[in-house]
Design a protein around this ligand. Structure first.
Ligand SMILES: [Zn+2]
Length: 421
């Protein structure tokens, strides 16, 4: 019996504990403690490094020049209708991150119990990251105002703190939000980047019946702006690789017989091309200013930087595919979808170094929805961890096949600054 098989009942049990204890990003205290306790139970001599309150890092030094990072996200998202939601916080594991933790722990267990470290051509670093989901934004905004956070993604903050400084390649995994007839993994799938744009339109209030002519209707400006963005779609290069969704946010507290003097709109803007999106953001700003000025009002624009796009490293993926071809317990491989408009802060890691995200099935229901649920735990927590382990091993022994690149932390922070406009 392999160590993955022996460990399965334990990790399956522990994963249920993670599922039953969902915590929002940067607040994964119980989850983090359970992970640390489990690492110590695998081997009390493993050194666990802490960062950002809940983040954990474990290094297996193999006396090699290069290091592969293996990432596991710890956070839940806000989905109060989920069948396992925390009734107080609304947090729920509707994105399956808790199984990423299980997969990483199964790999750590294999390294220790089966003494596998020496087979690797690199060192290994297991990084348990907080806050992948872009949620709980009011709280994060408060932390930002108090200078406790600069960015809303856990990996972004971790990069800023130097957690990825000595790592050369990263392997991450993520649940696929689809139900498959057979056990399935996915490679070669890029993730979009995104930014949040906010547009405050200001007009002049007046009596809507008695003196509408002396007002400036902020809602009319917002309507004009929505139309301008819709017309702008025609001028967009590769429109299938760009998404935006302008919506009015915030409530109108004025009476309906008053010409509204303020309307707040927001839109996310998803993209793959960092340079192109900067020029697109300028066009959006120009449209907002133009629409406000056309009706005699004003516009204030703010940008909240989101995540960078992930260009999943194709050479590393090719090595994962080689591993897949040796693995007869997993029949399904998706390798040609190319991209999804979903996003993650793993994209920020990919900006710095060659990075992949391997998708795994085993789920039913709608990802991020109320019914997202693990239906094939044996695949996800026993077979797939071994597959990721073997893929990482294969990558570590074929580094010459990967075009290595490295952006420094400074270059990364500069790129984010540019995204803020
Ligand atoms: Zn996720």
């Amino acid at each position: 019996m392999s160590e993955f098989e022996k460990y399965y009942p334990k990790i399956s049990n522990l994963s249920t504990k993670f599922l039953d204890n969902p915590e929002l990003g940067f607040k994964e205290y119980q989850t983090s403690k359970l992970i640390e306790d489990e690492i110590k139970s695998i081997s009390p001599s493993i050194k666990v490094e802490h960062y950002l309150g809940t983040g954990l890092k474990v290094i297996f030094d193999n006396h090699k020049p290069k290091t592969i990072g293996i990432i596991a996200e710890m956070d839940a998202l806000y989905q109060p209708k989920h069948f396992k939601a925390n009734p107080e916080t609304g947090a729920a594991h509707a994105c399956g991150h808790y199984t990423q933790v299980g997969i990483a722990l199964a790999m750590i267990n294999e390294i220790v119990k089966a003494e596998r470290l020496k087979e690797f051509g690199t060192n290994l670093a297991f990084i348990f990251t907080p806050a992948e989901e872009f949620v709980d934004l009011d709280w994060r905004q408060e932390q930002k105002a108090k200078h406790k956070l600069d960015y809303f993604g856990g990996k972004q903050e971790a990069i800023k703190q130097g957690l990825f400084d000595h790592i050369n390649y990263c392997v991450s995994v993520h649940a696929i939000g689809e139900e498959f007839k057979q056990r399935t993994v996915e490679i070669n799938c890029d993730l979009a980047g995104f930014n949040f744009k906010y547009f405050d339109f200001y007009g002049e209030a007046s009596h809507a019946a008695f003196a509408p002519e002396s007002g400036v209707n902020a809602q009319s400006i917002a309507t004009l702006f929505t139309t301008a963005l819709a017309l702008q779609r025609q001028q967009i290069k590769n429109p299938n690789r760009i998404r935006f969704n302008p919506v009015v946010i915030g409530e109108n507290t004025e009476s309906i017989n008053v010409i509204p003097d303020h309307v707040k709109m927001g839109s996310d803007l998803r993209f793959f091309d960092i340079k192109y999106v900067q020029s697109l953001m300028k066009k959006f700003d120009q449209a907002a200013q133009g629409c406000a000025s056309a009706l005699g009002g004003k516009a204030k624009i703010t940008t909240q930087v989101g995540y960078l796009p992930l260009h999943s490293n194709r050479e590393m993926n090719a090595l994962v595919k080689d591993t897949f071809l040796q693995e007869d317990r997993i029949p399904g491989l998706i390798e040609n979808r190319g991209y999804t408009m979903a996003a993650g802060d793993i994209g920020d890691v990919g900006f710095i170094m060659p990075t992949i995200q391997i998708g795994y099935g085993g789920w039913t229901g709608t990802i991020h929805g109320s019914d997202f649920k693990l239906i094939d735990p044996e695949f996800v927590l026993k077979i797939f961890p071994e597959f990721v382990f073997n893929s990482t091993l294969n990558i570590s022994n074929h580094l010459e096949k990967i075009d290595e690149y490295h952006h420094t932390k400074r270059e990364y922070l500069k790129a984010l600054k540019k995204m803020e406009g």
